[in-house]
Write a protein that binds this ligand. Structure first.
Ligand SMILES: [Zn+2]
Length: 67
């Protein structure tokens, strides 16, 4: 992934943020999750599903956005 702004956790200020991926995991997504560069959010996206996970405090934040 490129062009992503540096994001920090609104709770603890950590920069250790990973994207939460939704949908059916393909091989690429699976390896990103395995390497700790992303986490799976599940197959179903809620309207207010969080977009980012802080690996420091497990806080989820952001919005995937209106579908
Ligand atoms: Zn945090």
């Amino acid at each position: 992934m490129s062009g992503v702004d540096k994001i920090s956790c609104p709770e603890c200020g950590s920069g250790d943020i990973v994207p939460i991926l939704y949908g059916m995991p393909g091989p690429e997504m699976a390896s990103e999750v395995e390497e700790g560069r992303a986490v799976m959010g599940g197959c179903v996206i809620d309207e207010d599903a969080p977009m980012w996970l802080c690996r420091e405090c497990n806080h989820k934040f952001g919005r995937v956005g209106p579908l």
